[in-house]
Design a protein around this ligand. Sequence first.
Ligand code: KIV
Length: 286
Amino acid sequence: MSKKSRLDFMKMKEKGEPVAWITAYDFPTASFAEQAGMDMILVGDSLGMVLLGYKGTVPVTMEECITCCKAVRRGAPNTFCIGDMPFMSYQISDEDAVYNAGRFLKEADMDAVKLEGGRRVITRIKAIADAGILVMGHIGLTPQSSGVLGGFKAQGRDPKSARDLIMDARAIEEAGAFALLLEAVPPELTEFIAKDLSIPVYSIGAGAPCDGQLLICGDMLGLFQAFTPKFVKKYANVAEIEINAFKAFIDDVKKGKFPEDQHCYHILSETAEEYQKMLEELRKRS
Ligand code: KIV
């Protein structure tokens, strides 16, 4: 399977073929996603919560993102991968934003970057796009600014905030973004924006009527236990599988059932006698 490009995602939008994508932060998950035929992968800054156990995404650093992006690229060499720009990697200046976006491409071989915010980050999006880097916008519930939003709350539920999000979406397209992600907004607003823009519009918790769906791997696999957003569908309960496996291992060890003969390396048969003699001698000496 060859890696999809921006043009493939445009064609998929035109044909009405939805894009399926997940977040991944490590080699095995990325490799399994590629083997399953995932259209693209986001190395989200949600890695801070799902992988590193932070309470939110604010503490996540560029170095942590780059390390995860490199692992994901090794696991999914043929999948379009997006690096998520962490808090404070683009807030200060356009120069900072371009420099850090470039790091995702140069150091971790990402195909694109994503950043949160609408009109307030529009010069950042334009600067990154003008530098020749594919950039995806992300509006609605933007976790890095959950403090300002008053928590992890759905957005665009009243006419004023919906109008603001439509203006943000238009500005993001105008600034040169190749795609837009809507998080936790009503499907009616998602449908409006997906039809209004010519670039692909994707949803995480923003309903069906758009160009594709994203889920966080920790949520859909049942790995992240702190909370489960309303919009998540759990496709597996990996936490339960792991806990049961760990319990079975502990039980086996305590009862002397592990390891068995099949798990042991044996003495080379041609030296068996000599080996036993050597052990015998050393036992006598001690
Ligand atoms: O970091 C992430 O996984 C994200 C999603 C919440 C969209 O940005």
